[in-house]
Design a protein around this ligand. Structure first.
Ligand code: C2E
Ligand code: MG
Ligand code: MG
Ligand code: MG
Length: 291
């Protein structure tokens, strides 16, 4: 009988598979429990107006403080949520949380600071998603201009017609829609024309090599295209002054990244805004949207 090579036996493969699926199950149960026990929350990262240096708005980024494990990246738990169908519940909870926070800041500051919420493709393509957003806006009483939704291109690539319908309904509510991580995936240029977007967010992968000339050329071309399509441009992942200057000179309207601020806890984001407001630098959609 042939000798088995350790590590290739079927038994070992089965054991590995069992471990994997039992840990997948554990992750699902832990996430379910985490949602119930309020272990998930949002940090807020500022977005800066490239021309004036003022605060333009914030992006809400999900965090999971998992007991016994520590901070879990959204990249990891959003996947779990999508695979297990928990994404609708989790997405709705995070959207409500962000909108309640917008309402609280509006009360505190007397102005509306626009907040962007990330939406996963599965969540976006959920039939009732626009109705959910409408309900949350109504219940929290915030003006729709205070909310932006960030979507990624994978939803659109897989299902352009449905994405179009959903986005149009969202735009009809008066909220803004941004295409996130632009330049990394397969977004075709015709898709940009066909989707009712308000903003392009250029991915960090294209921003970090700035101010290298070839990177400047790419970012400049994207900004020209965006301008022709009447889209705002946000550069994400700005880590240095040189990148900030190059992105601004290439035509990006807004800048976001560790150079300005990391994602902040609610209280720190609040302090950031108070500082901006007391400097007389009330944010763009500010006073008008309050009242
Ligand atoms: P994203 O929406 O493109 O968010 C930007 C990510 O880059 C964030 O990572 C942010 O912390 C990080 N970042 C910001 N500035 C810099 C910088 O200057 N340098 C570097 N190296 N990184 C920077 P994070 O928070 O880990 O989120 C990762 C991704 O997870 C997000 O990418 C988004 O796609 C997804 N995500 C986060 N929150 C949510 C959510 O509430 N719902 C959904 N569906 N997805 C979310
Ligand atoms: Mg985003
Ligand atoms: Mg992004
Ligand atoms: Mg990204």
């Amino acid at each position: 009988q042939a000798k088995r090579i350790p590590g290739t036996s079927l038994a070992l493969a089965e054991r590995h598979f069992e471990q994997m699926s039992s840990s997948a199950l554990e992750n699902e149960q832990a996430l379910r429990k985490g949602i119930r026990n309020h272990e998930l929350y949002l940090d807020y990262q500022p977005k800066i107006d490239a021309a004036s240096g003022r605060l333009l708005g914030l992006e809400a980024l999900a965090r999971w403080q998992r007991p016994g494990v520590g901070l879990v990246s959204p990249v990891d738990f959003i996947v779990i949520a999508e695979r297990t169908g928990l994404i609708s519940e989790l997405g709705a909870m995070l959207l409500e949380r962000a909108c309640r926070q917008i309402a609280a800041w509006r009360l505190e500051l007397g102005a509306c600071v626009p907040v962007a919420v990330n939406v996963s493709p599965m969540q976006l393509l959920n039939q009732g998603f626009p109705q959910l957003v409408e309900r949350v806006l109504r219940e929290t009483g915030i003006p729709p201009q205070c909310l932006t939704l960030e979507i990624t291109e994978s939803a659109a690539v897989e299902n352009l017609a449905d994405t179009q319908t959903q986005l149009q309904q969202l735009r009809n509510l008066g909220i803004e829609v941004a295409m996130d991580d632009f330049g990394t995936g397969f977004s075709s240029l015709s898709m940009l024309r066909e989707l009712p977007l308000s903003t392009l967010k250029i991915d960090r992968g294209l921003i970090s090599p700035l101010p290298a000339p070839d990177a400047v050329a790419v970012v400049t071309a994207i900004c020209r295209l965006a301008s022709a399509l009447d889209l705002q441009v946000v550069a994400e992942g700005i880590e240095t002054l040189e990148q900030a200057n190059a992105a601004r000179d290439a035509g990006c309207h807004a800048l976001q990244g560790y150079f300005y601020a990391r994602p902040l806890a609610v209280a720190d984001a609040g302090a950031w805004m108070v500082r901006q407001f007391s400097n007389g630098t009330d944010c763009a959609a500010g006073k008008g949207a309050a009242a």
